[in-house]
Design a protein around this ligand. Structure first.
Ligand code: ADP
Ligand code: MG
Length: 287
């Protein structure tokens, strides 16, 4: 399903300034689309508006040409699933029970789950690698396991669109890669249009088909990772001096931050040379 935003504005209150100040995006069906930008730039708010949780004060969000605000709650829940960032998990449910909650848009009130629901839940847990945890309580799991359980719950919804808010936050690099590869496969193999807010620029550049860089509620840059992750944009939007290199085997940008200020701190050539050496060693090691 194609997802488009047209000149979306959003404010948290009548006396508050707009958090989103006219955002337009075009997310192709079956793509992995990354939203990046500094803290407080409006990424989570944008994801909530895209998901239909928050209603824009003007502009609109279209799913295959139809406004999400016209969907019934049930239709919306069958179309789009979201995994919020740092979602508190305070109830002692088992993993299987949590994932089964993803089936609720398909159940009638008081109707118990069918064999099909049980099979879809099992499938979703397989897909995210948590099947072996089915009867464990979610509170006893590690952050990485929990994140995969929440993605499984989203998949049990059989969504056409998946929204992930910082799905790799607080994860070790191996789990970050695992989640990004899962997201890639959901988009490319299963055709689920996947929009992910990411704060790791290198993961965003490595995995996403397209990126939108948000600054202060507006799109500062949109396009391929190579078009968006430029030294100019990083300076302009994040206020950091960085060098963007290319991983030739992937044709993907790799970002190395040099300093947090636009004022040269000296010795930058040496800094960069050292980092580049590390990078080459890493490549030679096959990583
Ligand atoms: P990001 O996800 O990019 O860090 P957010 O979308 O969470 O940014 O927040 C964007 C802006 O909106 C911030 O200035 C934040 O303080 C404000 N904001 C977020 N949530 C609320 C809220 N519930 N009420 C009022 N302001 C909010
Ligand atoms: Mg956020």
């Amino acid at each position: 399903m194609r997802v488009e935003a047209f000149d979306v504005r959003y404010s948290y209150g009548p006396n508050l300034p707009d958090t989103l100040k006219g955002i337009s995006l075009d997310v192709p069906e079956g793509s992995l689309y990354g939203i990046i930008g500094p803290n407080g730039s409006g990424k989570s708010t944008l994801l909530r508006v895209i998901g239909g949780i928050a209603r824009p004060s003007s502009g609109m969000v279209l799913y295959d040409g139809r406004s999400i605000s016209e969907f019934s709650p049930r239709q919306a829940a069958r179309t789009v699933a979201a995994v919020a960032s740092g979602e508190p998990v305070i109830f002692p449910f088992t993993v299987e029970e949590i994932v089964m909650m993803g089936r609720s848009p398909y159940l009638r009130p008081l109707q118990s789950e069918s064999l099909e629901d049980i099979a879809l839940v099992a499938q979703a847990m397989e897909r995210t690698g948590v099947a072996h945890l089915a009867s464990r309580r979610i509170m006893e799991l590690s952050t990485g396991e929990r994140q995969r359980v929440l993605i499984a719950r989203a998949l049990a919804q059989q969504p056409k669109v998946l929204l992930l808010d910082e799905p790799t936050a607080h994860l070790d690099v191996n789990y970050q890669v695992e989640i990004m590869e899962l997201a890639t496969s959901l988009a490319h193999d299963s055709g689920i249009t996947t929009i992910a807010v990411l704060h790791d620029l290198n993961l965003a550049g490595r995995y996403c088909d397209m990126l939108a860089m948000i600054k202060d509620g507006q799109v500062a840059a949109e396009g391929s990772p190579g078009e968006v992750l430029t030294e100019e944009n990083l300076l302009e939007v994040y206020g950091v001096r960085a060098v963007v290199a290319r991983r030739p085997e992937l044709d993907r940008p790799a970002v190395f931050v040099l300093s947090g200020s636009s004022t040269p701190s000296g010795a930058e050539t040496d800094d960069w040379g050292g980092i580049a050496d590390e990078h080459r060693k890493h490549d030679a090691a096959g990583g």
